[in-house]
Design a protein around this ligand. Structure first.
Ligand code: GRF
Length: 199
């Protein structure tokens, strides 16, 4: 079974959806590790509750960016992680982790990339921008991670309609449900070979 390592900064609902899919046997993978830059992240608590090793790693614990990158890479490798799953991780990925896990780091973004992505486009900012732009549809994108925010190869997208009376909160809630389903589905397709990641 492939082993999953998560990077998460906050509430961890996407991570939890994936863990539950593994626990129920819908996804043939083992979630083994979660690393967070935020010691108070709910994702760390959820990870511990579900038997994952849960580590706080940040500039506070490791000093400079290179030392942190090295330690995060070492932790993923020590846990024999095959795929790194970003689930609401708010930091850029360092060059060492990127090269150790080339084409093996995934992220989910709550819009139809390349629309409404990039620096500063996270959380409610994304849904506010969608409403402000008068979009009639938005959605979810799962993509590979590279050195820039939200710009790696797209693996899957799913559309969500924007209703006339939607505000950012109502839209975020509907998009989040789709995120949970799409992330699990894409992982399933990677594990079954239906989606092939570049070598
Ligand atoms: C999600 O909207 C995800 O698309 C984005 O950050 C949010 C994380 O939510 N990258 P959660 O921590 O998974 O609940």
């Amino acid at each position: 079974m492939k082993r999953l390592g998560f990077l998460a900064s906050g509430r961890g609902s996407n991570m939890l959806a994936i863990i539950r899919a593994c626990e129920s046997g819908r996804l043939p993978a083992s979630p083994v590790l979660v690393i967070s830059n935020n010691p108070d992240a709910r994702a760390l608590q959820l990870g511990s509750e579900h038997g994952l090793e849960a580590l706080h790693m940040s500039r506070r614990t490791h000093g400079d960016a290179a030392a942190l990158d090295q330690a995060m890479t070492a932790a993923m490798q020590a846990h024999q992680v095959d795929l790194v799953i970003l689930a609401g991780y708010m930091k850029k990925i360092g060059p060492q982790l990127l090269s150790a896990y080339a084409h093996r780091i995934l992220n989910i973004h709550p819009s139809l990339l390349p629309k409404h992505g990039g620096r500063g486009m996270y959380g409610m900012h994304v849904h506010e921008a969608v409403i402000a732009a008068g979009e009639t549809e938005t959605g979810v994108t799962v993509h590979l991670v590279n050195a820039e925010y939200d710009s790696g190869d797209i693996l899957a997208r799913r559309t969500v309609s924007v209703a006339a009376d939607d505000d950012a909160e109502s839209l975020a809630a509907r998009v989040l449900e789709v995120e949970h389903r799409l992330y699990t589905e894409v992982l399933g397709k990677i594990l079954s070979g239906e989606i092939t990641l570049p070598e």
